[in-house]
Design a protein around this ligand. Structure first.
Ligand code: ADP
Ligand code: GLC
Length: 492
């Protein structure tokens, strides 16, 4: 096993990874962390399900394991890479060879066998932990969200007499808990004694995330404020008592972003590249956005949102505030997809305000870069936000974040209050009152600040100077891994 000075092998287990497959920020984090850890002598390989998009992107794939019967069909484990990302892929066509979204079928509902699909992923992770891939025997298994959260239970209940790597569970969003009817238990390959309240059982169901929270050696979440929030009954989503009980095993490590992909000076997805010394060049991107959203050319504050359209993200508040926002002088462009009523209400707002509101329903990575590179501000009125990445992209691109004061938004944006403005450290606007009025007032503040050109530019440049990279958080992860390896070495 590795000690504090040697290199460390970490198996990351996740259900999505940028640029192979992405539905949200989880993919960005899983895609960016390996290269941030490499200089710290931490070698990461990522275990992913073999969805069609993943299989199509594999380079130099070789089979390293074969299981004739794996949750209802044959499966094999491939070692492969995609550019610099080192991968292990669970190729199990009966579970993953389905087009589209990794979690939802064509009807928009969860795949009925999601419990098996992700139990299969986790058990493959446990086998790699036990040494199934000779060339990569991990010291630590780092699992992300409920889809990978059964790994600690597998290691615990099925690992007698086998080596036992340390485990870290990162909770990216406590709202997604992976809870299934108890009758799936006999299909998970776990013994009946796993179904107790100190392991898998959660209010009579099987709880994937729950079991990880109780059985992982450490639990991290994606910002210090969210780590605090989830230990309170108000925000713990039924898991706060457990999280408090885990004590110092729970910590918050704020997400970073890939500063090579998100670099306005080199970003090929922008109409015009720029840096902090050439902010006026952003205007070319603003014009391109106006064209894309069929808005007339205008110099007023252009606010964007790039988001899943769900109540978590406060999109309903914006829908209710939109007339006030427009009347206060702001314009709004929204790129997103999600709950159908929100999509329809946004389209209706754009129809009502054809010159002031633009809406694009769908997912468009390229347009998201252009919006960060040309809009004046990005609005993120989340009711809760474990970390949030779009405010980090906004900071880096001079697209000033207007955020609710929750979770990672509270930890990464410095509000433009008088003191912060005078000290030159303000990077955005925060508001505590997550209501329609709160959104309206926050955008009103932005309109006022935007009218004083030098003040707005100071916000932009202070944001662009903020360190939003993975550098310091990767150091925290590497230190956590090393602490855990020391603490668990010698364990059965
Ligand atoms: P969450 O993971 O809760 O959705 P984050 O802010 O952490 O929120 O991450 C969202 C990620 O998905 C960001 O990279 C954001 O740019 C991207 N994103 C969200 N919606 C869209 C969309 N419609 N088109 C392109 N990118 C999107
Ligand atoms: C989740 C959270 C988001 C976080 C992302 C990556 O999707 O909702 O706040 O940034 O995971 O950790």
């Amino acid at each position: 096993m590795a000690n504090a000075s040697t290199s460390l092998k970490v198996l990351s287990v996740a259900s999505e990874m940028f640029p192979l497959i992405k539905t949200g920020g989880l993919a960005d984090v899983v895609g960016a962390l390996p290269s941030a850890l490499a200089p710290l002598d931490v070698e990461v390989r990522t275990l992913l399900p073999g969805y069609p998009a993943v299989m199509a992107a594999l380079q130099d794939a070789i089979e390293v394991c074969h299981w004739p019967r794996w949750f209802g069909g044959p499966a094999r484990l491939l070692a492969a890479r995609h550019e610099s990302l080192r991968l292990l892929v669970l190729d199990a066509p009966h579970l993953y060879a389905r087009a589209g979204n990794p979690y939802l079928g064509p009807s928009g509902h969860d795949w009925p066998d999601n419990a098996e699909r992700f139990a299969a992923l986790a058990l493959a992770g446990a086998h790699i932990g036990w040494g199934a891939v000779e060339a990569f025997i991990p010291d630590v298994i780092h699992v992300h969200d409920w889809q990978a959260a059964l790994v600690p239970a597998d290691l615990h209940f099925l690992g007698a007499g086998k080596r036992r790597p340390a485990t870290v569970l990162t909770v990216h969003n406590l709202a997604f808990q992976g809870q299934f009817d108890a009758d799936i238990l006999d299909r998970l390959g776990l013994p009946d004694d796993a179904f107790t309240s100190d392991a898998l059982e959660f209010f009579g169901d099987v709880g994937y995330l729950k079991s990880g929270i109780l059985l992982a050696d450490a639990i991290t979440t994606v910002s210090p404020t969210y780590a605090h929030e989830i230990r309170t009954p108000a925000n713990g989503m039924g898991m706060d008592a457990m999280l408090r009980w885990r004590g110092s095993a729970v910590s918050g490590i704020v997400n970073g972003i890939d500063t090579d992909i998100w670099n306005a000076a080199t970003d090929a997805l922008l109409e015009q590249t720029y840096d902090a010394s050439s902010l006026t060049q952003r205007a070319t991107n603003k014009r391109a956005i106006e064209v894309r959203f069929a808005l007339p050319r205008d110099d007023s504050l252009l606010v964007c949102m790039i988001t899943r359209l769900t109540t978590q993200k406060g999109i309903d508040l914006v829908i209710d505030a939109v007339d006030d926002l427009v009347e206060s002088g702001a314009r709004l462009v929204v790129l997103g997809s999600g709950d159908a009523p929100f999509e329809q209400a946004l389209i209706a707002a754009a129809t009502r305000w054809p010159d002031r509101v633009g809406v694009r329903i769908g997912y468009d990575e390229g347009l998201s870069h252009l919006m960060q590179g040309g809009c004046d501000a990005i609005l993120i009125p989340s009711r809760f936000e474990p970390c949030g990445l779009t405010q980090l992209y906004g900071l880096r691109y001079g697209c000033v974040p207007i955020v609710s004061r929750v979770g990672g938004l509270a930890d990464t944006v410095i509000d433009a209050n008088d003191a912060a403005l005078k000290a030159g450290v303000a990077t955005g606007i925060q508001f505590a009152d997550v209501t329609v009025d709160g959104v309206r007032d926050a955008v009103g503040r932005a309109v006022a600040l935007f009218s004083i050109r030098e003040t707005w530019q100071r916000l932009q440049t202070a944001g662009m100077q903020a360190d939003v990279s993975w550098r310091s958080s990767a150091i925290e992860f590497a230190a956590l891994y090393r602490r855990l390896v020391l603490a668990t070495s010698g364990r059965g």
